[in-house]
Ligand binder design. Structure first.
Ligand SMILES: Cc1cc2nc3c(=O)[nH]c(=O)nc-3n(C[C@H](O)[C@H](O)[C@H](O)COP(=O)(O)OP(=O)(O)OC[C@H]3O[C@@H](n4cnc5c(N)ncnc54)[C@H](O)[C@@H]3O)c2cc1C
Length: 253
């Protein structure tokens, strides 16, 4: 509701012809999908016509460009009179600062030692010869990947999952796997321009579930793992409720 550009067109899941049993495995572990055959896949994504025999369609899913969403959210907060300061170190803020909601991601590890880092890499490409209208998840026994359409022929190919807190540049192996998956989805991706390759560290608790915890006088909102954008609205609401309660407690004291 607050971010522009949310597209609600569902997502499609396909697998290479020799790995179609991966579709059954994925179907058994998820809900909200319908099985689709070659003709239905072609109707949903004409550019994939004749390429995949079986798939799953999750009609209720959507997608968003996170960077565009963040820019728009910052703008609307500013318009609402919220002061935002970037580049300021919040790690040393004490109780004099008021209620502190700490969402430093993996950087909060000194206070949340149970957090671990899960490295994720992605590649952004541009190609006008392929037109996909929704994210396509490409199942592969070793490395399941997805391709998300953005504006103006751009696609985001992601994302690796590596048990490591190393934020270093994308490795050759990961680039090969991600680009190979895009090429297997549609060979025209072979002609795409590479716009960006980048890596980051996802903060995760041992069970991969996010948590709101109060510790050392702060409210920590962390552990979003692969789902920070998906779960942000629900957790922001819960964190805000708790922060207002704590602000009232302070007034009462
Ligand atoms: C390649 C990749 C693909 C992903 N795909 C998806 C997806 O499809 N859907 C989805 O929902 N999620 C996805 N995620 C996961 C999502 O990006 C994370 O869950 C999310 O970024 C976690 O959000 P966060 O705000 O908790 O932490 P972060 O995004 O890590 O943000 C932490 C912030 O804290 C700031 N900070 C750090 N230290 C300090 C300090 N001392 N003082 C002040 N500020 C500080 C940092 O600069 C940063 O801005 C993906 C992640 C990666 C890496």
């Amino acid at each position: 509701a607050h971010a522009p550009g949310v597209v609600r067109a569902g997502t499609l899941v396909v697998a290479p012809p020799r790995d179609t049993n991966e579709i059954d495995r994925f179907a058994a572990r998820t809900s909200g999908h319908a099985r689709v055959d070659e003709g239905q896949i072609a109707a949903l994504e004409p550019d994939l016509a004749g390429r995949f025999r079986k798939g799953l369609f999750f009609a209720g899913e959507g997608h968003v460009d996170p960077r565009a969403a963040m820019r728009a959210l910052v703008e609307s907060l500013r318009e609402a009179g919220v002061e935002l300061r970037f580049g300021a170190d919040g790690s040393a803020l004490g109780p004099e600062a008021g209620v502190v909601v700490d969402c430093r991601g993996f950087a909060a590890r000194p206070d949340l030692p149970e957090l671990r880092g899960v490295r994720g890499e992605m590649i952004r490409v541009r190609i006008s010869e392929v037109r996909l209208t929704r994210p396509v998840r490409f199942l592969h026994p070793r490395i399941p990947l997805y391709v998300v359409p953005r504006r103006d022929g751009e696609y985001m190919i992601g994302a690796t999952m590596i048990e490591s807190a190393d934020k270093g540049a994308v490795t050759v192996r990961s680039a090969l796997e991600m680009l190979g998956a895009a090429y297997a989805l549609h060979p025209a991706f072979g002609e795409a321009e590479i716009l960006e390759m980048s890596a980051d560290v996802r903060p995760a608790y041992p069970d991969n579930e996010p948590r709101i915890v109060e510790r050392v006088g702060r409210i920590f909102v962390n552990g979003f793992y692969r789902h920070g954008f998906l779960l942000a609205p629900a957790f922001a609401k819960r964190a805000a409720t708790l922060a207002f309660e704590r602000a009232e407690d302070r007034v009462a004291i």
